[in-house]
Design a protein around this ligand. Sequence first.
Ligand code: GMT
Length: 375
Amino acid sequence: MKIGITCYPLIGGSGILATALGSELARRGHEVHFFSSSKPVRLDTSQPRVFFHEVVVNEYSLFRYPDYTLPLAVKMARVAREERLDIFHVHYAVPHATAAYLAVQMLGGRASGAPKIVTTLHGTDTTLLGQDPSYREAIEHALSESEAITTVSESLRVETLSTFNLKRPVEVIANFFIPSAVLREATEVRRELGVSLDDFLVVHTSNVRPPKRIDLLLRVFAAAQTSRSMRLLILAGGSFSAHASLLCDLNLQDHVIVKENVLEVEEYLAAADAGLYTSESESFGLSILETLFHAKPVVAFRVGGIPEVVIDARSGFLHPFGEIEPMAASLQKLADAPALAKRMGEEGRRDAEMRFSADRIVPRYEALYERPGSL
Ligand code: GMT
């Protein structure tokens, strides 16, 4: 098939997932066309059957705010016409699902053979923008014009159904992950970080935006005292400056290592002993899945879709949101019992491979694309 994928290009779960999906579809013989404002960070355009179409935004002086939706819709319509695309698969509803609808209308509608729209909701497009009166109706409209709607977890499906008035089913297709070969040995990575092999290295990777609750991350870590020296590595997909003062207030400067805008997170995940995640809301937690794939147990709050990814007491420890002391105690438990941490990590990897591998998930999207249209 010929599939158009629209996503955000930056470090963020929806763009990362869309990029992995497109690459995997191309590997399986489909032709994949990406639409975004710049090349998605993990996209390799040297792969066969993968194309990237940059959406250029003009900053006309009359516009107080630059408009992205219309140039995106025009680009999607033009490429669909020239390349005869079968599918528009948009990741994150705003504004991608609306742009897909406009593109289909520009092409004369579905009856004229315009691509089928598949919308995958990733989280904040429902949980945040879906609650915003300036967006809710537009999202609901775009979803009702999508041939298929998917969410990345059951928790997000339930929230989507209670947020929007939808007349079509919402299907859950979970995220997947394909670990790449880790090139540097753990010892080398730890040497770079100044972390000894005896230290218990806890890793956190996220875009460090407000829902990730970096304040709680630092407080949990500060509360976790153990007989073993413990270090925290934060791989921040953005600037960490907003959190620097709390780091000092908690006297953690010598225990926390912050690396900003690291694109290759996997070698750090592989070199760590456990993952720590303190989001207040998370539809799935792709970073958590990446951590599990590297055989590290995860300590996290039991929010959103996280319990669908981490199995409490098997691949990690989950606690009610905001409970700092029990979270810290779980970290201590793992640090003080390396065999337990290793066993839980292995269990997590086995479980992740069984439930969230590309071979399990990607055929579900292919089946959706092939299903006869319903609009
Ligand atoms: O807010 C973010 O974390 C970014 C957002 C995105 O769309 O890039 O992440 C969402 O999508 C990811 C991929 O499906 C999920 O793993 C994240 O849990 C989800 N974030 C939230 O729900 C807050």
